[in-house]
Design a protein around this ligand. Structure first.
Ligand code: SF4
Length: 108
């Protein structure tokens, strides 16, 4: 049996980001699009899926704002993903803005 630390509960919005087993999350993955040309069986049905309307996706500014909240909570590494291939009109600006956040997370 594995010895796990006593669960702790932090108030919302107080970093670092930890779970009730004491693990601290310092990395974040953000999917920038739901569109993908591949059909990995664990992710998408072979017949595909209806894509979300653009109005339901986070805007570029909203993506950067969300990442900024996580950076403020201790995230130091951000991975931007999406479908295959990753295509998003504002991708360069999003990467630039995330890289410029105060704590300067690594972007991959
Ligand atoms: S989004 Fe990723 S996991 Fe899902 S089908 Fe595309 S490549 Fe596979």
């Amino acid at each position: 049996m594995t010895d796990l630390p006593e669960p702790t509960v932090r108030p919302p919005g107080v970093g670092p980001l930890g779970d009730r087993f004491g693990r601290v999350a310092t990395d974040l993955r953000v999917s920038l699009t739901d569109k993908c040309n591949l059909r990995c069986t664990y992710c998408m049905p072979a017949e595909g899926m209806p894509w979300l309307p653009s109005a339901e996706l986070l805007t570029d500014d909203e993506v950067v704002r969300v990442v900024g909240v996580f950076v403020a909570l201790g995230v130091t590494e951000v991975r931007l993903t999406g479908g295959e291939p990753l295509l998003r009109r504002g991708l360069v600006e999003i990467v630039r803005a995330i890289a410029a956040l105060a704590r300067g997370p690594a972007c991959r």
